[in-house]
Design a protein around this ligand. Structure first.
Ligand code: FES
Length: 106
């Protein structure tokens, strides 16, 4: 099982077991992790699943596509390692990844 740590803006951590093949957003929602809304349910149209990755894991993943880049540009506080977590699929390589949530999704 792949372990992912979700870190709230205040530093509270939630380490959960993530099923390979699921989106990171879905893993957070299913485990009751606070800090995201995921209003569009993963359809790449809301950007309320925005999280920050460590550089190492950001570099492991395929780059965000044009639509994701556009939505990330519209988030309140994008950073160089920002991703929409509904677009990240869990694989064993992501074991140990930390996703930090921004202060707000709006
Ligand atoms: S859940 Fe809406 S863009 Fe990710």
């Amino acid at each position: 099982m792949t372990k992912i740590c979700f870190k709230e803006y205040d530093g509270t951590e939630h380490v959960v077991d993530a099923k390979d093949g699921e989106s990171v957003m879905r893993v957070a929602i299913e485990n009751g992790v606070p800090g995201l809304q995921a209003e569009c349910g993963g359809n790449l149209s809301c950007s309320t699943c925005h999280g920050y990755l460590d550089q190492k894991f950001y570099d492991l993943l395929p780059k965000p596509d044009e639509n994701e880049e556009m939505l990330l540009d519209g988030t309140i506080a994008p950073e160089p390692t920002s991703r929409l977590t509904c677009q990240i699929i869990v694989t064993p390589e992501l074991d140990g990844m930390t996703v930090r949530w921004p202060e707000s999704q709006y």
